[in-house]
Design a protein around this ligand. Sequence first.
Ligand code: SF4
Ligand code: FES
Length: 248
Amino acid sequence: MTWTVTYEIARYKPGEPPRTDTFKVEIEPHRTVLDGIEMIWAYQDRTLTFRHACHHASCGSCAFVVNGVEVLPCIVEIQSVVENGGTLRCEPLYSFPVVSDLVVDMGPFFEKMRMMEMPIITPTGPLPQQPADDYNRFENCIECGMCMSACPVVATDPNYLGPAPLAAAHRIIQRPDIPEETKQRIWELVDSDNGLWRCHVAMECTAVCPSDVDPGGKIMDLRRLATANRIRKLLGLKPKLPVGVEDA
Ligand code: SF4
Ligand code: FES
């Protein structure tokens, strides 16, 4: 059994005005949103640009917005989004420069992750003296950028570090193998005007994250730490350094 669904796709090519193109697709409802995009590319429009690699939620490269919500289209079944005859409105991730159609420039985002010393290259297995759950937590991030797209603060201020980089900072300051100077440099970024205080606690980042990173929760953890340090300072006590950083 196949359904007929409509894809409304935001199109943009450098030097041309943006437009929306509409495609009808005959497809089984259990197939993914990305399957439909690939069918359009294969049979209707070879100029359609989109990105994908793994097709199973590992690489993070396919992310875009469907009917207003950030998704990994490689794992989202069409029947979970629309009914037979329905319309899928596909747009590139918000708050990223668009390169072409559904492809955005991840460069500024990756640069923020690099400022947080991410990605970290780790051996397989848990780090010494670290529970396996902790080890797994941040390496869950597939750097898809969906949290950045969903964040209302990123939308208004490109200088805000944003959810994934702050979650990366939360991770990195706990690692025993990161030099203390590096942690201090990162902490200064985290506790700066462009850092954790800009968050409005919308928690859209955590809602869309496909990998259980819970970036909003990590930002709240960082806030608790920063607040405690400010109170200690007011009381004339020595600030406690971030979790995992040894007192000097
Ligand atoms: S924190 Fe989640 S939503 Fe954000 S980049 Fe990482 S995996 Fe994607
Ligand atoms: S194609 Fe790799 S996450 Fe979707």
